[in-house]
Write a protein that binds this ligand. Structure first.
Ligand code: CP
Length: 296
């Protein structure tokens, strides 16, 4: 693995290897010392979980971390991102962890012939891809169910604008899980073969092992979404969530929109903070794999 840009670039074997390595880190069986590894976090969109867990992961594998603040960088003096990354590479950076609103920027950078010595890790690209989120979600599901084949997951919410949904669909299809998407017609986006689409909550939740709620991406909405109508049709409540269903949400949560606050106090919701916790081990595994393959 040279970069981590999209889930579709990974085989199921590679996904399982990352999960196994994450589990070794979590159990304390694996320790890594990447004293010559230099990793820069470049976040052009807001983040709490992804940014801090990458920072913690870098610390825990004993690599060096650098925080790139776009507003205080030479981008502000007119330098373009290509020159910026070229210079970071010359300084000795090995890995760029990038979050950006542009769907394609990170794949274009990774294909750029000048950046042979740098690996790119996608920390969220526009509405297209968030591979480490999907990996940590799968890791969380695997820890719960062990055998994930044929387990039913219902993904509910703003599928169209959600990079989390897209990367999860790619990964969970590879893992042979049964995927349902529940949303309104205008938030469905492009339909994916093999995924079942629903507009009725009761049928979509029937028999589901997992319900994964998504954030309404207010900053990306171009279509009109009536929030009261959304709440009426799709909000997860104590009444509509089956007792034993495992509830997930990548965060941040719009409380009392996607999920009723009361539900967040129930046992069903304990998984949500586990997702955040597992993000550290999965990101350790991804960075450790990349740095080991570079020999640093
Ligand atoms: N799940 C996720 O990407 O959260 P942040 O935006 O806080 O990083």
């Amino acid at each position: 693995m040279k970069h981590l840009i999209n889930i579709k670039d990974l085989s199921m074997d590679e996904i399982n290897q990352i999960c196994a390595r994450a589990l070794d880190f979590e159990k304390g069986i694996r320790k890594s010392n990447h004293l010559n590894g230099h990793i820069v976090n470049m976040f052009f969109e807001p983040s709490t979980r992804t940014k801090i867990s990458f920072e913690m992961a870098i610390n825990k594998i004993n690599a060096h971390k650098y925080d790139f603040c776009a507003s205080n960088s030479s981008l502000n003096k007119g330098e373009d991102l290509y020159d910026t990354i070229n210079n970071l590479s010359a300084i000795g950076i090995n890995i760029v962890v990038l979050r950006h609103s542009d769907n394609d920027l990170i794949s274009n950078l990774a294909n750029e012939k000048y950046f042979q010595d740098i690996s790119f890790v996608n920390a969220g690209s526009g509405t297209s891809s968030h591979p480490t989120q999907a990996l940590l979600d799968y890791y969380t599901i695997k820890k719960q169910f062990l055998n994930t084949q044929d387990k039913i997951i219902t993904i509910v919410g703003d599928i169209k604008h959600s990079r989390v949904a897209k990367s999860n669909i790619e990964l969970l299809k590879k893992a042979k899980m049964k995927i349902r998407c529940l949303t309104s017609e205008n938030l469905m986006g492009e339909k994916v073969e093999g995924v079942e689409y629903y507009t009725d909550l009761k049928s979509a939740f029937e028999g589901a092992d997992i319900v994964m709620a998504l954030r309404i991406q207010k900053e990306r909405l171009q279509e009109h979404v009536d929030i009261n109508e959304y709440i009426h049709n799709f909000q997860i409540t104590k009444e509509n969530l089956p007792y034993a269903t495992f509830l997930m949400h990548p965060g941040p949560i719009n409380k009392d929109i996607e999920i009723q606050s009361e539900v967040l106090k129930t046992q069903n919701a304990r998984t949500i903070l586990n997702q955040a916790k597992n993000g550290v081990f999965v990101r350790m595994a991804v960075l450790d794999t990349l740095l080991a393959s570079m020999g640093v």
